[in-house]
Design a binder for this molecule. Structure first.
Ligand code: ATP
Length: 692
């Protein structure tokens, strides 16, 4: 039997049977939705429970929507040994399981011998599973089974669709000795023109990607991968997998995706909703830590991003504690209750280092109040607990606490540090050199912390201070994309947010473009507080044609000499054009004559001029907030990270390199955005690495 069967030589009776199964599954999904719509929240006891139940029912109805263009299933597994069928046992499977934690559950022995794998569970009126969620344990074989390890599967079938119509399939018999050639359905999926936002890859997840997607919740995974190896796709699918597998736990603690910029978030925004996961926050580091963007010298930013700042900030905060020189006098009626100065000193000293700053203030007030109550009792009074609270809130106690353990905001502390050289020196001790301290100080200090303008690097420092004052809540899981670009202090900030959870860390050491870009994943995991994290690599590129990737890889010895040259799944002969003195409009016109999206990536300073030169062609400058759709987009080089276009025109590489200290890495990023063709236009000499 041939390993692949595709139109026009596929047996029509088999295709008709599969189409009938699709129709049956669609009808069953409709019935499930009608049933869900008929459920009422009235049974809930009180108003609050009713609201919660209604919201759950609404979500369920939304999740059961059938999108005619999205295939309900994309694969089929015929199991080698048929287990007792669901029809026989009469038990519901996946649908009932999807709401529970079942990562370690025994694989479903009560499932039918033929399993259809799709985006969600569908069952008929007898609870017989018609489609099983791709994330269920039994679906794993669809991604992992091979002739060498068939995992109990005799045959894997992949389906091809046009629009919502099932039009083709290909079979892979999983017997030892059988060779499986490349999947044409996978090839078609990879070769399809890119229009609109990123799509999910559930139908074609590769075995090494699947390993990462299905790693356990407790495991932090760090993925190094060349451009287009599917890191972002894998991170999003892992989030969807974990939400399915640990629905209840993660509904409480939450999952968050952190990406490099808003344009990128907009590009990936529909992947998780398409997989039925709508309750995942997708944000940037700035969105999380504060949208501060005052301009800053990269050298200063690099010092501020260094993890040595953590100890400095801690000292700076605690330097605000003033040695108590006076005791407390609390007057009640005719009595004056006294706490001696040395007793106050003892309390303060014992609290220091055992608490965060703000709870420390509250604890000091309570400890002082407690001492007052002891004095009262010594005088024969018998105050109850409420009296202690009243004393803790009383004026003399408040005054003493404010004097000794002042109320502070993170901004106040940082303002003082960056404007007061003597205070900075006391906090820095020997952690920072005098030159580094000099760099940190504002040239023109702001008059008050309220009027200060903060930089992106300051945002991470403020967040560190905030956490020293009050514990930051932790999420259940954090996916961090383009993690190579984060400073040690930003990583610490993200690490706090998965302190009681785990993370998926994605990136490429060669694409680091910030002043603080990392050179080691061990160090990233260390600063994230996830030292046990496993570092793994994706090596096969799904986006960039080989010819283009080889061209871009000429930069690697200069930007990341330790990384191996990236591999591409796509030969893409004739995909690269390098043109001296060519016009942008001409290159754009050529691209418009072909199918797919077009990104003209230009140095940020040239964006306006490039837009002018394209005046005759409908186009837009990349804007994450715009809902307008344009095939032809001008993309500032600094916003191109993580994005892809069928045809990419890169304008003036020399200026992209010259624009920033890590300009060569920026050039590597922009050269690796192309799916089908790359045209490089230059008037100035190309960087020597490319010219060679
Ligand atoms: N298994 C797959 N099947 C089909 N398409 C895939 C697969 N894996 C990745 N892709 C596609 O390859 C392209 C690149 O994927 P993605 O953006 O996730 O790569 P990346 O490693 O994050 O790239 P970069 O480092 O450039 O940001 C996307 O269009 C994605 O849908």
């Amino acid at each position: 039997m041939p390993a692949h069967q595709l139109a026009p030589d596929i047996p029509t009776d088999v295709l008709a049977a599969e189409q009938a199964h699709l129709a049956e599954s669609r009808a069953a999904l409709k019935a499930m939705r009608t049933h869900a719509q008929s459920l009422s929240s009235d049974a809930a006891g009180d108003w609050v429970s009713q609201q919660i139940l209604q919201s759950l029912l609404d979500q369920r109805v939304a999740a059961l929507a059938d999108h005619p263009d999205t295939p309900l299933f994309f694969g089929r597994l015929d199991r080698a040994e048929r287990k007792s069928s669901r029809r026989e046992s009469g038990e519901g499977a996946g649908e009932q399981r999807s709401g529970r934690d079942h990562e370690h559950e025994e694989e479903g022995d009560d499932l039918p011998g033929t399993i259809y794998v799709g985006r969600r569970h569908v069952h008929d009126g007898h609870s017989r599973p018609l489609v099983i969620d791709w994330r269920a344990p039994v679906s794993r074989a669809f991604y992992q089974a091979s002739p060498a390890d068939p995992m109990g599967i005799a045959r894997r079938r992949r389906f091809g669709y046009h629009g919502g119509a099932l039009t083709a399939f290909e079979d892979e018999p999983l017997r030892e000795g059988v060779e499986i050639g490349p999947s044409r359905i996978l090839t078609e999926e990879i070769e399809r023109p890119r229009t609109g936002p990123m799509r999910d890859i559930v139908a074609t997840i590769q075995p090494d990607q699947d390993e990462i997607v299905r790693s356990t919740l407790a495991q932090t995974v760090c993925v190094q991968g060349a451009p287009g190896t599917g890191k972002t796709a894998v991170g999003l699918h892992r989030a969807a997998y974990l939400l399915f597998t640990h629905r209840e736990r993660l509904a409480r603690s939450g999952v968050m995706i952190v990406g490099p910029n808003r344009a990128f978030l907009s590009y990936i925004s529909s992947v998780l909703p398409a997989l039925g996961e709508v309750k995942v926050d997708q944000t940037t580091v700035a969105g999380l830590l504060g949208e501060h963007a005052a301009p800053e010298d990269p050298m200063v930013a690099a010092v501020k991003g260094d993890a040595r700042m953590a100890a400095l900030l801690e000292r700076a905060l605690w330097l605000h504690i003033v040695k108590p020189e006076e005791g407390l006098v609390y007057t009640k009626g005719a009595y004056r209750h006294r706490v001696a100065d040395y007793e106050v000193r003892e309390i303060v000293a014992s609290l220091r280092g055992t608490t965060r700053y703000n709870p420390g203030r509250a604890a000091l007030a309570q400890r002082l109040a407690h001492m007052v109550l002891v004095r009262m009792e010594q005088r024969g009074e018998s105050p109850d607990d409420r009296v202690q609270d009243a004393v803790a809130r009383s004026k003399p106690v408040k005054q003493l606490v404010d004097a000794v353990w002042p109320k502070l905001t993170p901004e106040q502390v940082l303002h003082r540090l960056l404007s007061d050289s003597e205070f900075l020196a006391r906090a820095a001790k020997s952690d920072l050199s005098p030159e580094e301290q000099e760099m940190l100080l504002w040239r023109k200090p702001y008059r008050s912390w309220k009027s200060a303008k903060w930089s992106a690097a300051d945002a991470a420092l403020l967040d560190e201070l905030r956490d020293l004052m009050e514990r930051t809540p932790s999420l259940g899981h954090l996916v961090v994309d383009e993690a190579q670009d984060l400073s040690e202090m930003q990583l610490r900030a993200l690490g706090r947010r998965c302190r009681n959870g785990s993370a998926t860390v994605l990136g490429d050491l060669a694409q680091g473009t910030t002043p603080w870009s990392t050179r080691s994943w061990d160090s990233v995991l260390d600063h994230l507080g996830q030292r046990e994290g496993e570092i793994t690599e994706l090596t096969l590129g799904f986006r960039v044609p080989r010819e283009v990737l080889d061209y871009a890889a000429r930069l690697l010895p200069s930007i990341a000499p330790d990384l191996a040259a990236p591999q591409s799944l796509r030969p893409g002969a004739g995909s690269l054009t390098v043109r001296e003195g060519g016009s942008v409009a001409e290159a754009a016109r050529e691209a418009l004559a072909r199918e797919g999206s077009i990104g003209v990536i230009a140095p940020d300073t040239m964006v306006a001029a490039v837009s002018e030169s394209l005046a005759g062609l409908p186009h837009a400058v990349l804007d994450p907030d715009s809902t307008e759709e344009h095939r032809l987009l001008i993309v500032p080089a600094t916003l191109a990270k993580g994005l892809e276009y069928d045809h990419v025109v890169v304008v003036e590489p020399a200026d992209i390199v010259a624009a920033e200290p890590r300009g060569l890495a920026r050039l590597y990023v922009v050269l690796t955005r192309a799916v089908t063709s790359l045209t490089v236009l230059h008037d100035k000499a190309l960087p020597p690495q490319l010219a060679g």
